[in-house]
Structure formats: structure tokens, C-alpha cells
Design a protein around this ligand. Structure first.
Ligand code: ZN
Length: 307
């Protein structure tokens, strides 16, 4: 009979103990059960849900899949704004016309994935009352003649073209700045009467300054238009990306050209009184697409700074 030497026996016992310890300690591999990675959750957030007529708010939908469809129903705006890709999701800028009646406006946002509604959010958007100023202007017949519909329509062709192209990434950096220092001579949204006839709302800010005052780009972007127009005179339109544009009107001279890249604070022209204007001033507007919105907001908040 063969008897194992004690030393060999000890090694065998130790090896067996080690193997069983390993089996006990190692997780069983044969089941191969992997923990699913946590999926980023869809989330919908609003920059604001209470605004004044002529202001705007932004909806951000986070963690979308590329094939997800977003539908937004509301009577607050005539046309649903475009959804623009931003970070892991999309944004929609709701620019609200200054003629919008104050009140509560329901908004329903749904997200469909593979033909099924996977998300729904209902929100009440409050449009708070705001008293816009009124202004009565007397202009001469020759000044009035510079503002015929035909001339305005010629301008609109150029302006609409300039505002139809926008970078799909933000080109602006932080807060916007006032393009010139000066007294605000006409407020945004003011109801203007020319020779006692309502001629519409004031789409931007009029800032009074002497002829030749350098005009700064309110923020960084690309010059989409720089030319003499009939009504707004020497005009510059800057694309800031995500469908935001700023415009600078009635300038004496233009110092940039179409396609120029400008940085916040760059000099783009000089104050003048070209086009339909009663004296040297800068008419400065901000729009989301073609709709003019309250420029003051851009001096106080970065449109996407809250995301
Ligand atoms: Zn103006």
C-alpha cells in the first residue's frame, strides 16, 4: 500500500483549501448576470413659466434619443419654434409677441419614442400684464415718404434672408452689453403714433447719442447683413447662434461686412441718422428668428445660462 508522504499530503490539503476558498470568494461566472447601467432620465425644464408680453422663455429637454419626437401644443405662439440640439437634448425658444393678451396659457409637451408616448408634461404659462408707453410723433411729408410699404418690403427681403441663417451652436458669450452709452429715448414695445396714426410697436431700444459715437457688437457672432436699407438706414444684423439676432440701425457708417466674425465689444459702425430717423440715435433690437423680443433681458441673463 502506497502511503503519501506527509509533506505531499500537506501540499494537497493546502491546494484544495485554496481552490475552495477561491470558488467561495469569486462571483459565479456561469450565470453572467450583468447589472444594467443606469439610464439617463428624460427631463424637461423651463427657464420661466411667468413672463411679460414681448419676453421669451426657453424649454430644455434633456437626455433625448436621436429618434425621439417632441410635440409642443400651446396657443401662446402662432408657430411652434424650432427645436435646436443642445448638449444631450434640445431647446425651444418661445418668443412671445408684445401684443399677446395677459392670461394663462396651457402648454402640453409630449415625447414619442418608437411610436409610443413615453413622456408628457403639462404647464401653465402666465403672461403677466404690462403697461407699454405711448408716443406721438409728427413727421414731415418727405420723412413720411421714406416709409412707404414698398420700401419697407424691399428691406424685408434682405432682413428676412439675414435672419433665416443661424449657427446651431451659441456664438454669444455670457451677458449682452449695451452697444452704446446714452439716454434711452424710446422704450421697447412702446406704441407709436405717427401723425396721429398708430404705426405699430417699437421693436427695440432707441439710444440717443451724438453722430459718430462708436457702436459696439452687443455680443459675439457673425455679421449676416451690413448694408444701407430704406427704413432703418445703415444696418448691421449679427447672428448670435440658436436663432438669436441683434440689429443696429440708422448708423452713419458701417465698419463690418457680411460674413465677418465679431467679438462682444467690437466696433461695427458709428451712430447716425440714416433711413427713417428724426435725429442721431441707435435703434437696437434683439430677435428670436424674426420676432422682436425684449432686449433688456439679454443684458440681465444669458439665455441658456440657467441650464
Ligand atoms: Zn427705434
Amino acid at each position: 500500500m502506497y502511503i503519501l508522504p506527509i509533506r505531499k499530503l500537506r501540499i494537497m490539503v493546502l491546494t484544495l483549501a485554496l481552490i475552495s476558498a477561491l470558488i467561495f470568494l469569486l462571483p459565479p461566472t456561469f450565470t453572467n448576470k450583468e447589472e444594467p447601467l443606469p439610464q439617463p432620465q428624460l427631463a424637461v425644464s423651463f427657464s420661466k413659466t411667468e413672463i411679460f408680453p414681448g419676453d421669451y422663455f426657453v424649454i430644455y429637454v434633456d437626455n433625448l434619443k436621436t429618434t425621439d419626437e417632441i410635440n409642443i401644443l400651446t396657443e401662446l405662439v402662432g408657430k411652434t419654434p424650432p427645436l435646436i440640439s443642445y448638449r444631450n437634448g434640445k431647446i425651444a425658444v418661445f418668443a412671445v409677441n408684445y401684443r399677446t393678451k395677459p392670461g394663462q396659457y396651457p402648454l402640453v409637451l409630449t415625447i414619442n419614442r418608437n411610436g409610443q408616448t413615453i413622456f408628457e408634461k403639462k404647464e401653465e404659462i402666465v403672461i403677466a400684464p404690462k403697461d407699454f408707453q405711448t408716443q406721438y410723433l409728427q413727421v414731415t411729408a418727405s420723412q413720411q415718404a421714406t416709409r412707404t410699404d414698398a420700401l419697407a418690403q424691399q428691406d424685408a427681403v434682405h432682413v428676412n434672408k439675414a435672419k433665416s441663417v443661424s449657427s446651431d451652436t451659441p456664438l454669444w458669450e455670457g451677458l449682452f452689453i449695451m452697444p452704446i452709452e446714452g439716454r434711452i429715448s424710446t422704450e421697447y414695445g412702446l406704441v407709436r403714433y405717427i401723425n396721429k396714426v398708430e404705426s405699430g410697436r417699437h421693436a427695440g431700444l432707441d439710444i440717443a447719442a451724438s453722430r459718430g459715437t462708436p457702436v459696439k457688437a452687443a455680443n459675439s457672432g457673425i455679421v449676416n447683413l451690413s448694408r444701407l436699407l430704406n427704413v432703418t438706414g445703415n444696418t448691421v444684423i449679427i447672428d448670435h447662434g440658436m436663432n438669436f439676432f441683434s440689429a443696429y440701425c440708422h448708423m452713419d457708417v458701417l465698419l463690418v461686412k457680411d460674413g465677418d466674425s465679431v467679438k462682444k465689444g467690437d466696433i461695427i459702425g458709428k451712430v447716425g441718422s440714416t433711413g427713417f430717423s428724426t435725429g442721431p440715435h441707435l435703434h437696437w433690437t434683439i430677435s428670436s428668428g424674426a420676432l422682436f423680443i425684449n432686449p433688456w433681458l439679454f443684458l440681465e441673463e444669458d439665455p441658456l445660462g440657467w441650464i
